[in-house]
Design a protein around this ligand. Structure first.
Ligand code: 13P
Length: 335
């Protein structure tokens, strides 16, 4: 596919006022979230929940794309309509998580490398045939006294770049997601330094692999202090540190940054995004939006609790989070 087509897809995902709904939890993660709330960890419950999310009336007003996992991309509603078809009808682009998870990095205890490159080319071809327009691959980096190691940085950035090149070959826009994990006692300054280093390595590897920056999106974590750090920054400090880090490391040709929420509360994630727009709106080379999982879904999941009767209230809760984030990113857009 041409770079123009990839770039058009990326731009459509960045439609002003809209963001992405990350609903691509692996079966294991989804089951764990269900079990924590007493919801049966079954295929049917996962289907019912994902059907609830994609049939939320008005979702398309703040959501341009939904990231699905393999199971959901192939799934149908109770009445036999494919979830992909429902999204397409609503004007929401279906995307697919294609990595096979983070695994321990040999020789570096406590660090991870994301796997899934073997056999990726034919999988991408099939996903495109099933209707996916974009893809996602998540790398995780941990902050510790001696972490992330150079080995973890390079291995993860290299895998992200090879994944991104394969996606573009298959006509899918790659979402490149290097997540610096929130957990720990590190300061805001330390997270900023680590995130900047991670992003520099990621963009160096993307360049080495020939990835067209215009036809991809970046999904980073925000720059935050670890929850165990006694010195917690203000919302404005998080916004400034995050944007400063991105300005230093993310080329202007890359069209959009769509943040993950990474374990922040839903409200915190939205406030941080709004503060970035308030401080820097109109001055940045790329769009800044959201691609939240938990920060969009958690309240809806808790309200649903596996009971069909709670469906409408759960959809309302999802819509409220979507509207809050829509407002957060519109604040910085010229009307
Ligand atoms: P969170 O917003 O819950 O971090 O999820 C986003 C995501 O896609 C993780 O890979």
């Amino acid at each position: 596919m041409s770079i123009h087509a990839l770039s058009a897809t990326a731009q459509a995902l960045l439609c002003p006022g809209k963001g992405l709904l990350a609903m691509d939890e692996s079966t294991g993660t989804c089951n764990a979230r269900f079990t924590a709330l007493g919801i049966p960890a079954t295929l049917d419950a996962r289907r019912a929940y994902r059907e609830l999310l994609v049939t939320t009336p008005g979702l398309e007003q703040g959501i341009s794309g939904a990231i699905l996992c393999d199971e959901t991309l192939r799934q149908h509603t109770r009445t036999g309509v494919s979830l992909v078809h429902l999204l397409q009808q609503a004007g929401i682009m279906p995307g697919i998580k294609v990595d096979l998870g983070a695994h321990e990095l040999a020789g570096f205890p406590g660090e991870f490398v994301t796997e899934g490159l073997d056999g990726l080319r034919p999988r991408l071809t099939e996903y495109a045939e099933l209707g996916a327009r974009f893809a996602k691959w998540r790398a995780v980096l941990t902050i510790g006294p001696d972490q992330p190691s150079r080995a973890a940085l390079v291995a993860n950035a290299h895998a992200l770049a090879r994944y991104a090149a394969l996606c573009q070959e298959a006509g899918l826009v790659p979402i490149v997601e290097p997540e610096v994990l929130l957990t720990g006692s590190h300061s805001l300054a330390r997270c900023a330094a680590v995130t900047e280093e991670v992003l520099h390595e990621v963009f160096a590897q993307l360049r080495t692999q020939g990835v067209a920056l215009e036809g991809m999106l970046l999904k980073p974590s925000m720059v935050l202090a670890g929850p165990d750090c006694p010195d917690q920054p203000t919302t404005a400090q998080v916004a400034k540190a995050t944007v400063t880090c991105l300005l230093r490391a993310v080329p202007a040709a890359m069209p959009g940054v769509a943040f993950l929420s990474g374990g922040q509360s839903a409200d915190q994630a939205t406030r941080h995004l709004a503060a970035m727009h308030e401080q820097f709106g109109g001055q940045l080379p790329w769009a800044l939006t959201f691609s939240f999982g938990r920060a969009l879904q958690q309240s809806a999941l808790e309200i649903w609790a596996g009971q069909a009767a709670n469906g409408p209230a759960a959809q309302q809760a999802l819509l409220e989070r979507v509207r809050g984030n829509h407002a957060a990113i519109r604040a910085g857009y010229p009307e």
